[in-house]
Design a protein around this ligand. Structure first.
Ligand code: HEC
Ligand code: HEC
Ligand code: HEC
Length: 274
């Protein structure tokens, strides 16, 4: 009986160890019925659920490019922070950074509709001809086709009625955003768009106070910068009744205490009174 209990314990421990160390494998573990789908790639999200996913691959045998939380599916750890990145492009005030030391993940490949916008519909022909006749009241005409494609557009939750589509999207080049001078901006550099209205946030982001960077933490070291749209959904920054700029994620449970430790009260003992 006792032996059995130990075996169970060992099995449980191994189970949880495998679970903890290889969350991704666990997620990919086939349900008995779907053994055939065993090789489904593991996809976890980085910041914006549903819009900033990363597919798990091996950099070297046994070394994944990313590990995901088994609880939330969020990226926990990066084997290669630069995987899939490209140089950030020109950024005012960051000229001093050595070439190629600021990199980003392109947004374009996440935007399924973008390649079509300027060819299939806003192509200068027919009712959506460019330049379109823009309404004077900055209200987008209800457009069921558009709303079916991007449901968040039915009731734009950004700016509380003060801004609309063409404050952000270029009028004649629909697969581009627009900067403060009316010049086109790439979807991969949304900071140049957002910064025209949120200058304070752009400065904070540039200084490393807002947003996130991963990589080499020397001041001029190579880093991957997370761009604004990797965290914020530009068509909904209000998050309903919460009325704040970020759709909140379910937090991870607190980590387990190290073996033999009964509580973490020592952490309350701080040498500096606060
Ligand atoms: C605050 C700026 C802003 C406003 C206002 C705005 N958009 Fe966007 N839109 C963006 C950005 C930035 C993206 C790219 C999002 C990303 O990278 O995830 C985008 C993406 C899109 C896409 C592509 C989605 C896809 O998955 O390919 C469509 C279509 C679109 N917007 C239409 C509209 C329409 C129509 C309106 C007005 C009702 C509008 N947008 C208002 C900034 C804006
Ligand atoms: C044309 C101007 C304009 C642009 C461009 C713009 N915003 Fe906004 N944004 C606003 C306004 C106006 C508000 C509402 C502020 C308020 O009511 O206090 C707002 C609100 C927000 C909020 C929520 C803050 C709040 O209290 O509601 C976030 C987050 C935000 N914007 C992020 C972005 C991001 C990310 C981009 C780029 C994709 C962007 N904005 C581009 C004008 C803009
Ligand atoms: C790594 C994720 C991340 C990135 C990248 C990021 N933000 Fe944010 N942002 C947040 C979070 C989290 C909040 C807090 C929102 C809340 O209170 O719920 C926030 C808040 C904001 C707010 C609202 C602040 C307020 O007072 O309510 C604005 C505006 C904003 N961000 C703009 C930007 C702009 C512009 C960029 C790009 C230059 C950017 N953010 C990049 C995560 C991010």
């Amino acid at each position: 009986m006792k032996k059995l209990a130990i075996y169970t314990l060992v099995a449980a421990f191994c189970g949880s160890a495998v679970y903890a160390f290889s969350a991704a494998d666990k997620a990919a573990e086939p349900a008995p019925a779907a053994a055939a789908a065993a090789k489904e790639p593991v996809v976890c999200f980085e910041s914006r659920k549903g819009a900033s996913e990363i597919t798990q691959q091996e950099i070297k045998p046994g070394l994944p490019n990313v590990k995901c939380s088994p609880t939330t599916g969020a990226a926990l750890w990066y084997g290669d922070p630069y995987e899939g990145t490209v140089p950030m492009g020109k950024m005012p005030m960051l000229e001093k950074l050595p070439e190629g030391h600021a990199v980003v993940k392109p947004r374009s490949e996440k935007l399924a509709l973008m390649p079509m916008c300027g060819t299939a519909c806003h192509n200068g022909v027919g009712p959506n001809a460019n330049p379109p006749t823009l309404p004077k009241d900055k209200r987008a005409k209800p457009n069921p086709t558009m709303e079916a494609m991007v449901p968040d557009l039915a009731n734009l939750q950004h700016g509380r009625g003060r801004i609309w589509c063409m404050d952000c999207h270029h009028t004649t080049k629909r697969n581009m955003l627009v900067d403060h001078y009316g010049d086109p901006v790439s979807f991969d550099q949304p900071q140049l768009l957002c910064g025209k209205c949120h200058g304070d946030k752009l400065r904070d982001w540039r200084d490393g106070i807002h947003g996130k960077r991963i990589g080499d933490f020397t001041s001029t070291g190579k880093k991957r910068w997370f761009t604004c749209t990797e965290c914020h959904n530009p068509h909904n920054v209000q998050d309903g009744a919460r009325n704040r700029g970020f759709v909140q994620l379910q937090p991870e449970p607190s980590p387990q205490l190290p073996k033999g430790m009964k509580d973490a009260k020592h952490e309350l003992m701080h040498p500096i009174p606060h």
